[in-house]
Design a protein around this ligand. Structure first.
Ligand SMILES: [Zn+2]
Length: 372
């Protein structure tokens, strides 16, 4: 059936017009209240429009406390709406007159209009860098895991992995410098938020389109188990980092300092990690970070070296990404709920899930760093 009245074109231009109007409004908000204000406003818009279908009201949180040690715990989040995302939140087949770009990638703006039936909008965020301005789009997560959970994708379709094979030069080129710079740049604009970069094969759900995730901390919560473990180590007194997070089920390397300090130290560690493998295609990692509430010049970053061949925990439907590594595991299926209700899930079980994605050579990396 042909579109003789040009209604596809009409819808497309209406979408574009509304995008511009909304972005102008959000830009005003950014000038006044910063990027956190933009996310609040975009969330309200997307709830009102019906794109965000879940306000986290169905979520139940369990605290799994270590036996005889109430200071140690993991969190299990039971989030039943999250299971719906497997059914696909959007339309898969484009209507007549539209085409699916990049295999129907749902972080590509061209696909978003027809996939989400014209109700999903994002915010164009620009970052300044020495090599020119870089453009991202902030999208609300329709099935959030946390308050104000956003996916921040590049405006262009480019892969999530930071090591890219280089056809001209042979071998691999690393894009981590740029990724860390942009990640810290977003963190600096998002006080009280936590962010992560999940490498390909390390919990990234959309490996073909580059993205970060950010969410707002829950008021009154005393940090995530990973952050608590880092603090309990008392490492800040001794010297500048990095430090190995003590008493944690997976190798996590902690950096604390100014933007320049943490990015320099982290990139050094990543160079070591990259250098340990003859086959770079197995190398991956998670980077988690936030700006300190009491001192906005200070950043905390965590690097978890990962191996793509070890990415899923036993007894978990989902993969292990940044949130799980922070110590909050997400369950969403009825089967998982039953195992929670039957008391089959406890501290030791969660500890084993997190430990199971430890890269076999992670401790070797830490030893190398100590010996450098
Ligand atoms: Zn894409």
């Amino acid at each position: 059936m042909s579109d003789i009245y040009g209604m596809t074109q009409f819808n497309r231009s209406q979408f574009e017009t509304f995008w511009q109007v909304l972005n102008a409004k959000l830009k005003e908000i950014e000038t006044r209240d910063g990027l956190t204000g933009v996310i609040e406003a975009l969330k309200q818009e997307q709830l009102d429009r019906g794109f965000i279908q879940d306000d986290l009201s169905d979520v139940i949180k369990y605290r799994m406390i270590k036996e005889n040690d109430p200071g140690h715990y993991f969190i299990v989040q039971y989030n039943p709406r999250r299971a719906l995302r497997f059914a696909g939140a959007g339309r898969r087949i484009p209507p007549v007159g539209s085409i699916a770009s990049n295999g129907g990638c749902f972080l590509c703006r061209d696909n978003v209009r027809w996939q989400q039936r014209g109700i999903e909008y994002g915010y164009d965020a620009f970052l300044d860098s020495p090599r020119g301005q870089r453009q991202y789009i902030i999208w609300m997560n329709p099935f959030p895991l946390m308050p104000n959970h956003v996916t921040v994708g590049t405006s262009l379709h480019r892969p999530q992995a930071w090591l890219q094979s280089d056809a001209d030069m042979g071998g691999f080129v690393t894009r981590m410098d740029e990724i860390i710079q942009d990640f810290l740049s977003f963190l600096s604009k998002l006080p009280r938020y936590v962010g992560f970069y999940n490498g390909e094969g390390a919990g990234a759900t959309i490996p073909h389109h580059f993205h970060f995730q950010f969410f707002r901390r829950t008021e009154g919560q005393d940090g995530f188990p990973l952050e608590r473990a880092a603090r309990q180590g008392g490492e800040h007194g001794s010297k500048t980092g990095p430090w190995l997070v003590p008493n944690y089920p997976i190798t996590a390397i902690h950096f604390r300092g100014t933007m320049e300090e943490v990015s320099g130290q982290l990139l050094n560690v990543i160079r070591y990690w990259e250098g340990m493998f003859t086959d770079p295609s197995v190398i991956t990692a998670n980077v988690i970070g936030s700006m300190e509430a009491s001192n906005p010049k200070i950043f905390n970053l965590y690097f978890i070296p990962r191996d793509k061949t070890f990415n899923r925990g036993p007894g978990m439907v989902g993969v292990i990404g940044g949130l799980e590594l922070l110590g909050e595991v997400v369950y969403s299926t009825e089967e998982e709920k039953r195992s929670l209700d039957r008391g089959q899930v406890n501290f030791d079980f969660i500890e084993r899930i997190i430990a199971s994605v430890e890269a076999p050579r992670a401790r070797e990396l830490w030893s190398l760093l100590l010996g450098q």
